[in-house]
Design a protein around this ligand. Structure first.
Ligand code: ME8
Length: 512
């Protein structure tokens, strides 16, 4: 198991044009689980999230609410902070792009690119989608009922204005070399291939300033321009670490280990961002992981359809940890997935209540009843015990291996293999029958079940922090013995265990 690593993990900073939805909760949840895992493994972790508050999209949303942009962003940004608190995200910081320190960082990065001759003044003429805050080439545009659309389905408008450009075309080959030298930079692999083919088709210089509105960071030395919102937004990842002060205490976390993003914004993170950084001669992030998109009961999630999923409503209905578990268990991270209430209830009842919950309740009740509520010692070991003990001992490394690839669903599958084995083992060993025939063996079986449960609860802490705290309390594991490394030190025989109570509630099936 790794020790003393330094880990920097980020979520996208979310647009404050609207309130948070399930997609936002999902990206941040994945980041949170990896952050918590790395802390459990002894890493020094910095986990950043925040809000993206400039640009035309936010300006228009403020206008529609009849509010000044700053007041509007103050309000919506708070909703994202509240979401993080309510979802129990363990972010170390929350950045807003309207903060002064961020404007300073953007100006410094711009100046550095300017000084290196990477920026020039020109004229932009082409398609722009406000919804995506992105420029599109003529060959990417389709037309329907007289309206033109980007490949994402966002309506585009023709823009013609003076603009500064970043010499992205100069970076095409250097980017391809960079992907080649860093095969893990873009994950999953299918996404990596998409990005590489896109870059191979050729990169044109990127417009990085706008003059037709003012809600943005001013370009240094030319007040008539505001920076393109994506240059501004991407810079947040270094602002938060103190850039441009490379002596700042947090700067030691750069480069980022994983930027978690949705597949919709991979291009910005996997092409523009490393190009900006290489051009500025700053270290590039180690990985960008693009996860898939959720649909709702088979339908694309959209405000106009009215099927947006409110993560807080789900949490109110099903409980926080079950929702956290479901989102990462149901769909392989990286794939698109469909949200359905039936699937959610199925998982909660089978995986959580029947499987893990029952194993804990059965084992701990038997210890409570038959061992005077004290942790039994190993009195009668048997060669047949090795399977469950070996699986428990191997589990942390297996979970770590999966999480290092951001394969959250695989980590959970591994964990449930031990939970299922535990249930099969208790059925086969029948400690309730041994109570009458062989007390030393009963004690041994219960002790091994306790070892399996302690392992399960320890590795599950990042996924379901509150419930696993309760489970570790019930298992008599002291606070200071809950890290991964502590698993190699057995608890003392005879430790008192509090009376167990169910960890998960079963959910009644809804009428069809
Ligand atoms: O793009 N399923 O912000 P944003 C899963 N400000 N995830 C989804 C989703 C869905 N249906 N819908 C959205 C931005 N997401 C920029 C980012 S970063 C420097 C700037 C998630 O508010 C997904 O992570 O539009 C996506 O990348 C993010 O929300 C976009 O959030």
């Amino acid at each position: 198991m790794s020790t003393e690593r330094r880990t920097y993990l980020t979520t996208p900073i979310y647009y404050v044009n609207d309130k948070p939805h399930i997609g936002h909760a999902y990206t941040s949840l994945a980041t949170d689980v990896l952050a918590r895992w790395r802390r459990l493994a002894g890493d020094e972790v910095f986990f950043l999230t925040g809000t993206d508050e400039h640009g035309q999209k936010v300006e228009k949303a403020a206008e529609a609410r009849g509010m000044a942009p700053q007041a509007f962003t103050d309000e919506v940004s708070q909703a994202f902070r509240d979401l993080a608190a309510r979802m129990n995200f363990s972010n170390d910081a929350f950045i807003r792009t309207t903060e002064e320190r961020h404007k300073v960082a953007c100006a410094a990065l711009w100046q550095r690119l300017w000084d290196k001759g990477e920026i020039y003044l020109g004229h932009y003429e082409g398609w722009y989608a406000v919804r995506d805050e992105a420029f599109y080439g003529p060959d990417e545009i389709t037309e329907k009922d007289g309206q033109k659309f980007a490949p994402t389905g966002a309506p585009v408008e023709w823009v013609r204005e003076p603009s500064y450009f970043f010499r992205l075309s100069n970076w095409q080959q250097k980017l391809l070399d960079f992907y080649d030298a860093n095969p893990d930079f873009i994950a999953p692999a299918t996404r990596r291939n998409e990005v590489i083919s896109f870059v191979r088709t050729g990169l044109t210089d990127l417009s990085i300033s706008r003059t037709s509105f003012t809600w943005g960071v001013r370009v240094p030395g030319d007040e008539s321009h505001v920076m393109y919102v994506w240059l501004d937004a991407l810079t947040n990842y270094i602002t938060a670490l103190g850039y441009p002060d490379e002596q700042a205490p947090l700067w030691r976390f750069w480069p980022a280990d994983v930027h978690f993003v949705g597949k919709d914004i991979l291009r910005f993170h996997a092409i523009y961002w490393p190009a900006f950084l290489m051009a500025a001669e700053l270290p590039t992030p180690r990985r960008v992981f693009a996860h898939g998109w959720w649909t709702n009961e088979g339908q694309k999630i959209s405000k106009s359809v009215g099927n947006v999923i409110d993560p807080l409503a789900l949490v109110d209905e099903f409980g926080l940890d079950p929702v956290r578990f479901f989102l990462l268990r149901e769909v392989p991270f990286g794939n698109d997935g469909d949200f359905s209430r039936r699937a959610l209830m199925g998982r909660l009842n089978s995986d959580l209540a029947n499987d893990l919950g029952n194993l804990a309740q059965r084992s701990l009740s038997l210890i409570q009843k038959n061992c005077e509520g004290r942790l039994p010692g190993i009195e009668a070991p048997d060669a047949s015990d090795s399977e469950i003990l070996e699986l428990a001992a191997a589990l942390p490394a297996q979970v770590e291996e999966a999480l290092d690839r951001q394969a959250f669903h695989e980590a959970l599958e591994r964990i449930w293999a031990l939970s299922r084995l535990g249930n099969a083992w208790i059925d086969a060993q029948k400690p309730w029958a041994l109570r009458k025939t062989d007390l030393p063996r009963m004690a041994t079986v219960l002790r091994h079940l306790h070892t399996a449960l302690r392992t399960l609860a320890t590795v599950l802490q990042p996924f379901m922090p509150d419930t696993m705290r309760r489970m570790l309390d019930q298992l008599g594991v002291p606070e200071e013995a809950r890290a991964l490394a502590a698993l190699s030190t057995p608890l003392a025989d005879g430790v008192p265990l509090p009376p167990p109570s169910p960890l998960f509630q079963k959910i009644q099936d809804e009428p069809a």
